[in-house]
Design a protein around this ligand. Structure first.
Ligand SMILES: NC(=O)c1ccc[n+]([C@@H]2O[C@H](COP(=O)([O-])OP(=O)(O)OC[C@H]3O[C@@H](n4cnc5c(N)ncnc54)[C@H](OP(=O)(O)O)[C@@H]3O)[C@@H](O)[C@H]2O)c1
Length: 236
């Protein structure tokens, strides 16, 4: 059976990815920062012995390294960089801290570390596992808010962290192509998770059910692409 490593697997989109891949019999390494309080994930793992829960705060590079060591030589089909933060939540109450003139630089630093540095560190750490896997897919959950063309919500910290992620992943995509590794970037839609600005229209199950076939259909021709859950290419 294929295998996938998912970050932020304890709630929101990551939990649903875990649920759906496990239901299809995949081996899932489900990472979360506080397994001791990840009740929904624990329940899921109790029903599926193919789920392994791993404690991982993605800002902790030493912990990422240690996890990489633990899984040395294990082929991985997909590395799914899902975990991310939008900044202090509820976002609608804190959005001013991401507006020009009122920028909260601690927030920005935190968001960049989580949304930009961590997925790259994950990719660096697990790249040989992916190269040894059959599907060889490095999948990143980004956001339409990263788009410079489709300027929908002016959240400086969050948007810039995902824009930086996108550009970094396109660079990595070019570099990894010769190893047959596909790098893809997706926006899940405006989904009803705790990141909701109040305008989300997409159910969690709906988003993941739409993303999974797109991920399954990825080929090397798609490497470096940025699409939403409906398969629409998002302008950079
Ligand atoms: N929902 C949307 O409308 C939307 C739209 C575009 C993009 N996205 C992206 O989708 C991804 C998933 O977000 P979501 O909507 O499912 O939001 P969510 O419900 O807030 O889930 C975020 C997940 O990331 C984890 N996480 C955050 N910081 C972490 C860290 N330092 N180490 C490990 N895990 C960490 C969280 O863990 P804890 O429970 O421990 O905090 C949680 O599991 C994110 O990358 C987000 O930017 C979401």
């Amino acid at each position: 059976m294929p295998s996938i490593l998912i970050t932020g697997a304890n709630q929101g989109l990551g939990l649903e990815f875990t649920r759906q891949y496990a239901a299809d019999g995949w081996t899932v390494i489900a990472c979360c920062r506080t397994p001791e309080s990840a009740d929904s994930l624990a329940e899921l793992a109790a029903d599926h012995d193919t789920i392994s829960i791993e404690k991982l705060d993605i800002r902790d590079h030493a912990a990422i390294g240690a996890l990489g060591q633990k899984y040395t030589n294990m082929p991985l089909d997909i590395l799914l960089n899902n975990a991310g933060i939008i900044g202090p939540i509820p976002i609608a109450e804190h959005i001013e801290r991401q507006h020009f003139g009122k920028m909260d630089y601690e927030v920005w630093r935190d968001v960049i570390e989580t949304n930009t540095f961590a997925p790259v560190k994950m990719a660096e750490t697990f790249i040989d596992n992916l190269a040894a896997g059959e599907q060889k897919k490095l999948v990143n959950i980004s956001s339409q808010l990263a788009s410079i063309t489709e300027r929908i919500i002016p959240a400086i910290a969050y948007s810039s962290s995902k824009t930086a992620l996108n550009r970094t992943m396109t660079i990595i995509a070019d570099q990894l192509k010769e190893r047959g590794i596909i790098v893809a970037i997706f926006c899940p839609g405006q989904v009803k998770t705790r990141m909701d600005f109040g305008s989300a229209t997409v159910e969690i199950e709906q988003s993941i059910s739409a993303l999974r076939p797109l991920i399954a259909a990825l080929t090397l021709d798609d490497t470096g692409s940025f699409r939403d859950h409906e398969g629409r290419t998002i302008a950079w």
